[in-house]
Design a protein around this ligand. Structure first.
Ligand SMILES: [Zn+2]
Ligand SMILES: [Zn+2]
Length: 135
């Protein structure tokens, strides 16, 4: 897919991923769950060159979480992205992008060892622990 449009709940921020397939993964780490009220579902567009902030870049609030940036909409609070500037790498809230999530392939769970016991995604997929070792 090319030029996939995404937006936050209020529409103030619009993001375009220039090129992407259908990969969606989840993260069970403490920070993602605390920020999103549960495991965040993400897409991995990679470098800044593959991402375009089409509207509302000035509405994006950044929380500096050690070496990475967590971006959210300052108007509605939607989670937008995780960004590692040193690595030039973006991961984004998959649910911003309707076109991706309608036919996504969900095949990776990260920080599975940090997942609390009260929920579990159905189906089988690759699971990695906090050291990126396969479980
Ligand atoms: Zn918003
Ligand atoms: Zn996480």
């Amino acid at each position: 897919m090319n030029n996939i449009h995404g937006h936050c709940v209020c529409g103030a921020v619009e993001i375009i991923i220039k090129e992407y397939r259908d990969f969606v993964y989840t993260c069970h780490c403490d920070t993602c769950r605390r920020m999103n009220s549960g495991p965040v579902l993400s897409v991995d567009p990679g470098p800044k060159e593959n991402v375009k902030f089409a509207q509302g870049e000035n509405k994006i609030a950044i929380y500096h979480d050690e070496d990475v940036e967590r971006g959210f909409c300052s108007v509605c609070g939607s989670t937008l992205f995780w960004h590692d500037p040193a690595d030039n790498h973006y991961c984004m809230n998959a649910e911003l992008f309707d076109e991706i999530v309608k036919n996504a392939s969900f095949n990776l769970e990260l920080f599975y060892d940090m997942k609390p016991g009260y929920y579990e995604f159905a189906g089988e997929r690759k699971k990695l622990d906090r050291n990126f070792k396969e479980i």
